[in-house]
Design a protein around this ligand. Structure first.
Ligand code: FBP
Length: 552
């Protein structure tokens, strides 16, 4: 395989670990924990893994011996930079426990466990993947592990390979399921520990104990580089408004972080839209107002950031999407009839007739292309696939219409030419930044220490992340601690609480204090590409979000 010169040099990078994990390690048990809400129900559902104590690893004073252990690992869900280093951390960690330990990777995501598809990860195989982006070392997938038949099928192969611990690297849903699996294997006395690792570029798996999910740092730096380049182009040509949709299925952390790094003219935050109960028309009015104000200053150009999940946060769109999800759910009766109808116009008419009056009105008002996109296949969780909906062009078209009307009223005298972009896949497999390379390796290493300590139902956690890596704190957090009960597909389920952008949080408050100036003036910042070698000030900075959240 030919690899780039950068990759050759980057392969030599030795990820940093917290000081506490460098030699022998001591486990400190903290307080017993409670779930963030719904304690009684969750305690009842997880009799074995509820209420476990927090764990911190500290530097130990005596070398311990560990029996060898066979470990399995699964990558679950969307790619995030640094996944390969989590696996490297697990591998090096279990080898540190005992050189005879072995690591097996299940192929193509959780489905690999159920279908018994795996490889053994050896030194030679792993070395080509250290410090690289992507999940191609074993592949990923979105199969949900939630049925006991799947757990039993998985146990067959775990037993066959004598695997005593399984690490599931995933987002909030995958880690919820990891805990359900941990509980089931405990109840079965199966002798298999299950440990989770917090992954997602979306940044929405975070709480007091998980400061950030891995991949968020690298992905937002890649998008910010691209946004900065576009800002500079926009400021050079002075003839386009660039509408940029940014990935993040639900929360707007990515958009907010990129705005903090690049200071665009507009950045919509879905959580604020929901809080203020804004309608689509109000959002369009806000954007058109900024375009007109800049035009009045002679600036017929600008950059607007739009979070991918926006439409689900606009109350009228949310109701519409919920109705569509139910209507088009597999086995709903209507779904088969809908799929058997080839003509889009007829399909839209059929759908509108089944919706409530209010939602039908919204559905009919949408451009045909967007209405079609809203009826596309759902993901395995039954949700609309927001990455397939062109919110950026929906808003661009609507802003254009509004500006045309304003022109007639004499309140807009400028020009409005648009370019559309969607940044998502560009960042998910980027070579991990130093931060993610170190953080991921530390998470994997922490997972192996949890395995060595016989723990199950825990998520690996590494904290104190705005400090140098030596000062990071390696811990284990009981997954049940992060759970609450939520309605999913009509049923109340225990799930890890998703972290949306907090409007009281320091990152949003800082942004809200600056955005008016960023809108009217041209205060773009051009961050440039991620640097892997060079001064620490450019190579090792954590995200602005983390810096603002942890500013003391
Ligand atoms: P995870 O939640 O699995 O980390 O995935 C996040 C994400 O990158 C979202 O930002 C995006 O909406 C989605 O995956 C796209 O999914 P797919 O890779 O299936 O197109």
């Amino acid at each position: 395989m030919t690899i780039s010169t950068l990759q050759q040099e980057r392969a030599k990078y030795l990820p940093k670990l917290p000081q506490s994990l460098l030699g022998s390690v001591k486990l400190i048990e903290g307080e017993k924990t409670n779930s963030v809400a719904d304690q009684q129900e969750i305690a009842g559902l997880f009799p074995f893994t509820y209420g476990l104590p927090l764990i911190t690893f500290e530097k130990g004073d005596e070398a311990k011996t560990f029996a060898s252990v066979n470990v399995g690992v699964i990558l679950s869900g969307g790619q995030a930079p640094g996944g390969h280093n989590v696996i490297a951390g697990i591998y090096d960690g279990i080898k540190r426990l005992n050189q005879e330990s072995r690591l097996y990777g299940f192929l193509g995501g959780p489905g690999g466990l159920v279908d018994h598809k795996y490889i053994e990860i050896t030194d030679e195989y792993l070395n080509d993947f250290r410090n690289t982006g992507g999940f191609d070392i074993i592949g990923s997938g979105r199969t949900k592990l939630e049925e006991t038949a799947q757990f039993d099928k998985g146990l067959e192969i775990l037993k066959k390979l004598d695997i005593r611990a399984l690490v599931i690297i995933g987002g909030d849903d995958s880690n919820t399921n990891a805990c359900v699996l941990a509980e089931y294997y405990m109840a079965q006395n199966a002798g298999v520990q299950v440990i989770g690792c917090p992954k997602t570029i979306d940044g929405d798996l975070k709480n007091e104990m998980i400061e950030t999910s891995f991949g968020f740092d690298t992905a937002t730096k890649v998008y910010s580089e691209l946004i900065g380049n576009i800002e500079r182009d926009s400021n050079s040509a002075k003839k386009y408004w660039h509408f940029i949709k940014l990935m993040g299925r639900s929360a707007s952390h990515i958009g907010l972080e990129c705005a903090l790094q690049t200071q665009p003219n507009i950045c919509l935050i879905s959580e604020e839209v929901a809080e203020k109960k804004q309608t689509l028309d109000e959002i369009v009015e806000y954007m058109a107002g900024i375009v007109a104000a800049r035009a009045a200053d002679g600036n017929n150009f600008g950059v607007a950031l739009i979070p991918e999940g926006l439409i689900e946060f606009i109350p009228e769109m949310k109701s519409l999407i919920q109705e569509l999800n139910d209507l088009l759910a597999e086995g709903s009766g209507f779904e088969a009839e809908f799929k058997a109808t080839p003509d889009d116009v007829v399909r839209r008419k059929m759908v509108a007739e089944k919706l409530s009056e209010k939602s039908a009105k919204v559905f009919r008002s949408l451009p045909a292309g967007i209405a079609n996109q809203l009826t596309l296949d759902r993901d395995p969780h039954g949700n609309v696939q927001v990455s397939l909906i062109q919110t950026e062009s929906l808003l661009g078209e609507m802003v254009k219409n509004r500006l045309n009307a304003m022109k007639k009223e004499g309140v807009f005298k400028g020009k409005f030419n648009t370019q559309y972009h969607f940044f998502g896949y560009e960042g998910r497999c980027a070579a991990p930044s130093n931060f993610d390379a170190d953080y991921c390796y530390s998470l994997g290493f922490t997972a192996s220490m949890l395995i060595g300590s016989g723990k199950t139902g825990y998520m690996a956690s590494v904290r104190n992340l705005t400090q140098p890596a030596e000062k990071w704190i390696a811990s284990g957090v009981p997954v049940t601690m992060m759970m609450n009960m939520e309605r999913r597909h009509g049923q109340m389920k225990p799930v890890i609480q998703k972290a949306l952008v907090s409007l009281d949080g320091a990152p949003f408050r800082y942004f809200a204090g600056q955005r008016e100036a960023w809108a009217r003036q041209t205060l773009f910042v051009y961050p440039g590409p991620i640097q892997y070698f060079g001064p620490s000030a450019v190579c090792d900075q954590p995200t602005k979000t983390l810096q603002l959240e942890q500013a003391r």
